[in-house]
Design a protein around this ligand. Sequence first.
Ligand SMILES: [Cu+2]
Length: 122
Amino acid sequence: MLCASVALAQEQPAPVKPDADGVQRIRVISGSYFFKPDRIVVKANVPVEILASRESGMTPHNLVIQAKEAGVMVDEDLATDPKKIAFTPTKAGKYPFYCSKKLPFMAGHREKGMEGVLAVVP
Ligand SMILES: [Cu+2]
């Protein structure tokens, strides 16, 4: 029981602290082939702004979240200048985010590790 709760505590960091205007802001950096952080915890029904960018280089990356049930549909190409991605998740749950870029006959970026979890808590 103790072990289980310790494991759970490690797996579930505290939600992003909202700014004074009530928006949960988080900076996400992408690169070949990662997202940092790869785990984002936010509260449901509170506005979220992800400020997302990619490292310099030739490789294109994007940020995709397909969580229709939570009202979150994101598909944004990322640049070295941070891009603001705003949404308000309406339903608790764990939703994957990933990069959908892929060259023909190659493993996609998601398979190479460009994947994370958006955890929405009540
Ligand atoms: Cu990518």
